[in-house]
Design a binder for this molecule. Structure first.
Ligand SMILES: [Zn+2]
Length: 223
């Protein structure tokens, strides 16, 4: 079975286990929560840093707390920090910390969105010491950072950047496969099997072996 650990597409494929991401935006407040899930059996739910509303984040957090325990919710995310978009970083941090606490209560892994804020992310993990795993989605940086993050216990999920960047390929080659996932995110032109094929090629391993390994990682994410 292929695993696509982070995506926003509402399509289904019998060969791919998909974890759909549901963002608790201000416009979803007051919506019927069942409608929110649709047909999805595996979802991640969180307040994306871009969606954090200064006026409404308490209501957004209430929705998250309400949904987090649902058996269809496999992870809390994508949540995190973004220096290029969204509200003030202080507010992003406050809401990120509150969502980490929710993940700890329900004992579910966290899907992290991090843009130009890796020092802050590392500092938060060091101080908070969450017991739940943290998966950084859409990893698109160099080998040094990949090594540092995996040594600090983060998991990395690779998508489009792995198809295009030699530096990202090198990063994958130099970290433990125990801490790796694959994803398509919001890229409608990408199928996760293509990412697996690329990774198998980079790592010079059999694709079936890779599928089993990544699926095993997924099962082990849950405490
Ligand atoms: Zn995403």
């Amino acid at each position: 079975m292929f695993l696509d650990i982070h995506n926003h597409s509402q399509t289904f494929d019998a060969n791919i286990k998909k974890v759909f991401n549901l963002d608790i935006t201000v416009s979803t407040l007051g919506e019927d929560l069942e409608h929110f899930f649709g047909e999805n059996e595996s979802v991640s739910v969180g307040i994306h840093p871009w969606s954090v509303s200064e006026d409404s984040f308490f209501e957004q957090l209430e929705v998250l707390e309400y949904l987090a325990g649902d058996s269809r919710v496999k992870a809390i995310g994508e949540i995190g920090l973004d220096k290029l978009n969204g509200p003030d970083l202080k507010l992003q941090e406050e809401v990120f910390l509150k969502q980490i606490r929710v993940a700890e209560v329900v004992k579910k892994p966290i899907i992290v969105h991090c843009v130009k804020s890796f020092n802050e992310l590392i500092a938060i993990k060091k101080v908070v010491r969450p017991k739940v795993p943290m998966v950084i989605h859409g990893f698109n940086r160099k080998v040094d950072l990949a090594k540092e993050l995996t040594q600090k216990g983060f998991f990395l999920s690779f998508g489009r950047a792995l198809m295009e960047s030699d530096l990202v390929k090198e990063a994958l080659r130099n970290i433990s496969l125990d801490q790796v996932f694959f994803e398509t995110d919001d890229d409608k032109a990408l199928v996760v099997s293509e990412v697996y094929e690329m990774a198998a090629d980079i790592l010079k391993i059999n694709i079936e072996e890779l599928k089993d390994k990544i699926y095993q990682n997924y099962l082990e994410l849950y405490l």
